[in-house]
Every structure is written in C-alpha cells, then in structure tokens.
Write a new protein. Structure first.
Length: 306
C-alpha cells in the first residue's frame, strides 16, 4: 500500500515537472515569434471556423466568406443557442423591400468565453405574412448586397468593449476572456442603405418592432440606434440559460488562469493551441459540431413547418 502511494506521488511529481518544462518551452516559442507571424498562425487556425483575428482591435470578427452563410437564419437558431453556451438578447427587424421580406437582426450577450455582438442581414424570396415571420428560413444576402455596418458594444459602466465597422452580411465581433450578462450590455448600431426606399422601409420596421422616433437617428442614408432592452419576445430564459451562463463564467476564469503566462489574447490563444489543442478547438466551437447543430435545427424546422 505504501509502495503504491509512493509510486503515485512520484508519478504526479514527474507529470508536474514534464508540464512545467513543456509550458516553458511553449512560452519561449511564442515569445520568439513576431506579431505578424503570430497573427498569420492564428488566422490560419481560426478562418475555417468563419472568423479572423484583428490584432489592432484585439477582436475576433466574422469573415465575409464564413461557412455560416450557407445556413441562413431562422428563429429556431436563437431558441437552440443555449445548447451551444450562447446566451444573448436578440432583436429581429422585418421590413418589405422590392418584393422581398428582409430581416436585420441584432444580438448581444455571452458566447461561451466571449462577450460579443452581431448584426445579420437576411431576406426571404417573397413578401411574408406576419404569422410566417417566425417560421421562415431566411437566406443570407449576396456580397453585392452587403451593407456598411458599424457596431459599438458598451458595458454597464459605460465603457466601450469594442467598436467595429465594415460592409457585411453578418458582422459579428467577440472579445475573448470576458464575461457579461446580456442585460448589462448596450449595442449602438449604424447601417447605411443604398437608397431612401430601403432606408425608410427599415425605419418603419423599427417602428413596428417598438422603437420610438426619438430612439432613431437618421443622417442621409444611415440609420443609427441603441439596442439595450429588447422589444421583441425572447427565447425562454429557462434553467438551461442559467446553467449555460454558470458554465460560461467558470470557463472564462479557467481560460484566464490556464493562459496566465500571457496577457494579450493573441499570445493566450497560441499558448492554448500549442499546449491543449482540443480545448482550443472547443473554445472556438468546432466547425463540425456547429454544422451538426445547424442541421439538427433545420430538421426540427422542417418538421415544424410540414
């Protein structure tokens, strides 16, 4: 018995020494890389997930050719989000334009170990009735139809978490290693439209969604507003949501502790990738797993409609 415990303690000490040597070696490798090389390495890893790292802003931003574009959007995606550790406020804005029903939706909240926000632009091939809006699968717009979008996420203390602007069909930005409650976040959104017809139709959609005239700013073809408290019905905040947020809070702390040799996201993620690649993939949400969830959601969507 004593020999067994002695061997167990010896094995534990050897593992500690091995991990210490490995951590030191990885830290040295990262410190020897210049910033350009670090960014290139990280982007080569993250772009298959549909995101690229912006070193200047210290953000992960969705790419224009992200694979998520294939799946479009339907309401069931929001309802299934908690199963992917995503807890957010959402605001869909529907409006007609040139024989199509368009959807511009806002999101803000916690996405795993990231605090983030999104603005997605979608359309249906026909004009929909009110009862069809929540059950329709919307398509992502083409690159030629992308709109200039600007977002600014602010926390409960009034501090800016990030600010980003880019023509896009789905502008999504995430600050890694930060925990937030959705209700504590405010998202300032500005969208520029190609003409007055589309701009005015979008404004009318905002009015129908519950926004007042004094909450909307219009300058030429650009419409700005602040998304704070949602006017639209939200996915049910059940035990699953509370559990997801508890897990998110724990994982943020574990991520920060585990990558504590470094302070910058770029270095933290490379360290995580080299030391524990499986955990790194889970932090970014595996591409195959997310595809599976989208397909599973679409299967439920088909059953619901037919």
């Amino acid at each position: 018995m004593y020999l067994f415990f002695g061997l167990l303690i010896l094995f534990f000490i050897i593992c500690l020494l091995f991990n210490f040597h490995r951590r030191k070696k990885i830290c040295k490798k990262i410190c020897c890389m210049d910033k350009k090389e670090k960014c290139a390495t990280l982007n080569s890893i993250t772009e298959p997930f549909g995101f690229s790292y912006d070193a200047y802003e210290d953000l992960f931003v969705s790419t224009v050719d992200a694979w998520q574009k294939t799946f479009g959007y339907c309401r069931l995606y929001d309802e299934a989000a908690a199963s992917m550790s995503m807890v957010f406020d959402c605001e869909p804005i529907y409006f007609p334009y040139r024989n199509r029903t368009w959807l511009i939706e806002f999101w803000k909240g916690q996405y795993g170990i990231n605090t983030g926000a999104e603005v997605g632009i979608y359309y249906a091939n026909s004009l929909l009735k009110e009862k069809e809006l929540s059950t329709t699968l919307f398509q992502s717009i083409a690159e030629s139809e992308m709109l200039p979008v600007s977002i600014k996420l602010i926390n409960e203390k009034g501090c800016t978490i990030f600010s980003y602007a880019k023509p896009h069909w789905w502008l999504a930005c995430f600050r890694m290693g930060l925990y937030s409650e959705p209700e504590d976040l405010r998202l300032k959104i500005s969208i520029s439209f190609p003409n007055e017809e589309m701009r005015n139709s979008y404004i009318n959609g905002l009015f129908r969604a519950g926004y007042r005239a004094d909450e909307i700013t219009v300058f030429m073809q650009t419409v700005s507003l602040c998304f704070s408290i949602p006017n639209s019905p939200q996915p049910l905040h059940s035990f699953r949501h509370r559990l997801a947020q508890w897990q998110n809070r724990c994982f943020v702390r574990i991520y920060l502790f585990f990558t504590r040799p470094f302070c910058q996201t770029l270095d933290r993620l490379l360290y995580l990738y080299y030391f524990a690649p499986r955990i790194f993939r889970k932090a970014l949400c595996s591409r195959s797993r997310k595809r599976h969830i989208h397909k599973k959601t679409l299967k439920k969507f088909s059953k619901k409609n037919f």
